[in-house]
Design a protein around this ligand. Structure first.
Ligand SMILES: [Cu+2]
Length: 641
């Protein structure tokens, strides 16, 4: 949010008392950079399961501007390993292809749920905030029964045992879980009900007699010559828009509409007035990384490859991860400036090193065709990205949320550069930053030589030497023109359905695409969600080409169960921006994903094949309050005929 100087002076005069600025807040050290793993427990004669208790829990979240940790009371997944200080970070769950993952989810939220009373004739008005369920985001499993079925309602006092039968041929990779009960999804996910879900695979790639790949898991390559997995950091990004309310129940706001909490307040998320286009900016909250605002990740060594698994588990901010070394002599302070511009000035003054190159190996859990060297990881809500990171020399590095132009951000507003945290890097290596790519390549080749034999080793080394190709590890075969059996079109919009002087009431819709008489693309059949309507019937065994567009604002498209392969992304000037280059879509051509930001005015083509699973599931916008308000469709996969 942009303030002029006058407003800033007023702010300082009016709110110094309320803010009570003490000494600079300290950064929390996170030695491993992983959420605590859940531990499976016996469930009374039944097979072991991970227990997740959905309940209110008290914790604190650092607000560097207020100079203190602010108390919060949020709906949380509580398990045996929950850290009492940060209960809103759900435990990490790991699984393997061929395994059955069991989650015993108990809803211990209060039965008395005022949001569930009254007339809910309109299902697209948020409601029933204490009713829940679970979605395994990105999992290729059955959408029915007690598998990845988002039509289930777990009401207060109820328990459901989920079972995900992960097929033998499920890709290994980075996924996440969160509630998906229409009407309360955004409120619950934003409260911290989201956790990392990692599938680890040990399938070694093989070559057929004809010289074709039987693909293996990238995990089998990302090992040191000693056979240990590269050191890992799994970083869950959360945006928890807690608010404090006055006696009348309104959010405490300053004259400029920014939010504040009194020292005796406890922040909560109890209403959809905490979600909206400008609310994240006005909230003054900060991204939490594994439950902590601006933590310092430790344990890194210069010249050593790490695997970072980034998970965007928030709903209201676009995050553009960049790494730069902290200026020599600067302290790793937490910026506590009153405005985003003040805090950006801190980043610009202190995080002055060159951008550390990042090497992207997977998106949304799916291994890329080749390693992509880049300078930022652009994370929209629901995205995951796996990176190889090598710090060229020891020292402290800033983790930065880079500047974002309005059309590329889900808020539709410009975002200033912000500090997300630090990494403390030890060791003695001193690489020229331009030499990092060569060092990563050498490490991967050494890993291949150590892990694989014979013709497989030769082919993988050849691949890595030729532009870091990963052909032996790509999970899905490309969808060729000849495989396409049909077409789907989809458009998002929201629009004001009340005329002045009524307050704006926005209707959130999904439709199909058509052409007007002038040949311009238009939205057709656009409607808000109807739980009783099946919007699309798809044939098992088929493969469709989808054309996607947005007609007001940008919206992250997410579809459950089957991922899609990106064919082209054409900008407003008619240029395909999914090839090599810079920007959030660079290098996406041919990549598999399950969530994709549909920027307004662009045309997206993706392909998806419908394999193995029949049943009903959903597609929707991953700005989850848009989903709760109707930007969702029911999809059914049936046997042909
Ligand atoms: Cu949306």
């Amino acid at each position: 949010m942009r303030h002029n100087g006058f407003i800033r002076i007023i702010l300082l005069i009016c709110f110094c008392g309320a803010l009570s600025l003490p000494a600079r807040a300290q950064s929390v050290e996170l030695p491993l950079g992983m959420p605590a793993p859940a531990s499976p427990v016996s469930t009374g004669g039944a097979p072991a399961a991970y227990r997740l208790d959905v309940r209110y829990a008290d914790g604190t979240i650092l607000n560097p501007v207020a100079g203190r940790r602010e108390p919060v009371r949020l709906r949380s997944y509580v398990s045996e390993t929950t850290d009492a200080d940060i209960p809103f970070l759900a435990p990490l769950i790991e699984a393997a292809p061929g395994e059955t993952v069991r989650l015993r989810v108990t809803n211990s939220l209060p039965a008395e749920d005022p949001s569930c009373h009254g007339d809910h004739a309109n299902v697209n008005v948020p409601h029933c905030f204490n009713t829940t369920n679970i979605h395994a985001h990105g999992f290729w499993v059955s959408p029915s029964g007690n598998s990845d079925n988002v039509f289930v309602s777990i009401r207060p006092g109820q328990t459901l045992d989920y079972e995900y039968n992960i097929p033998e041929d499920h890709p290994s990779g980075t996924y996440f879980y969160h509630p998906h009960h229409h009407g309360s999804t955004a409120l619950q996910v934003s409260s911290g009900l989201a956790g990392a879900l990692i599938v680890r695979g040990g399938r070694v790639p093989r070559l057929t007699a004809e010289g074709r790949w039987v693909r293996g898991d990238l995990d089998t390559l990302l090992k040191t010559p000693g056979g240990d997995a590269y050191p890992e950091r799994t970083i869950v990004f959360q945006q928890i828009p807690y608010a404090c309310r006055n006696a009348e129940g309104s959010i405490r706001v300053r004259d400029d509409e920014s939010w504040w909490c009194a020292e005796s307040d406890t922040g909560t998320i109890e209403n959809y007035d905490q979600f909206g286009q400008s609310t994240w900016d006005r909230s003054g909250r900060f991204n939490a990384l594994n439950g902590h605002v601006m933590p310092t990740f430790t344990g890194a060594h210069a010249g050593r490859v790490e695997r970072w698994r980034l998970i965007h588990a928030g709903v209201r901010d676009t995050v553009r991860v960049q790494l730069r070394k902290l200026r020599q002599g600067a302290a790793a302070d937490l910026p506590d400036g009153q405005t985003p511009e003040d805090r950006q000035a801190f980043v610009d003054a202190n995080c002055t090193g060159d951008l550390v190159p990042l090497f992207s190996v997977a998106l949304d859990g799916h291994t890329r065709h080749r390693v992509a060297e880049k300078r930022d990881a652009f994370l929209q809500p629901g995205y995951r990205e796996d990176l190889l990171v090598m710090f060229p020399e020891p020292g402290t590095y800033c983790v930065i949320d880079g500047e974002i132009p309005p059309e590329e951000s889900i808020s539709g507003r410009p975002q200033e550069r912000a500090l997300l945290g630090y990494v403390a890097v030890g060791g003695t290596a001193a690489l020229d930053p331009a030499g990092v790519a060569g060092a990563i390549q050498a490490q991967l080749v050494a890993s291949a030589v150590s892990e694989f034999d014979g013709a497989v080793q030769d082919a993988i080394v050849r691949d890595l030497t030729a532009g870091l190709a990963l052909s032996a590890f790509v999970d899905h075969a490309d969808i060729a023109d000849s495989e396409i059996t049909g077409k789907q079109t989809l458009g998002f919009r929201y629009h004001n359905v009340n005329l002045p002087p009524d307050p704006p009431r926005y209707q959130h819709e999904v439709g199909t695409l058509g052409l007007d008489i002038g040949g311009e693309m238009i939205l057709t059949n656009s409607q808000p969600y109807d739980p009783d309507r099946i919007d699309r019937v798809l044939a098992l065994g088929g493969a469709d080409e989808w054309t996607l567009a947005s007609f007001w604002g940008g919206h992250p498209f997410h579809i459950h169960i089957n991922p899609f392969q990106i064919v082209s992304i054409v900008d407003r000037d008619g240029k395909d921006v999914s090839g090599p280059g810079t920007g959030q879509y660079a290098g996406l051509k041919g990549v598999w994903k399950d969530t994709l930001f549909i920027e307004e005015g662009y045309v997206f083509k993706v392909r998806s094949r419908y394999r193995r699973y029949v049943g009903d599931f959903v597609l929707h916008c991953h700005i989850l309050d848009h989903e709760d308000k109707g930007m969702m469709q029911n999809v059914r996969i049936v046997l042909p005929d």
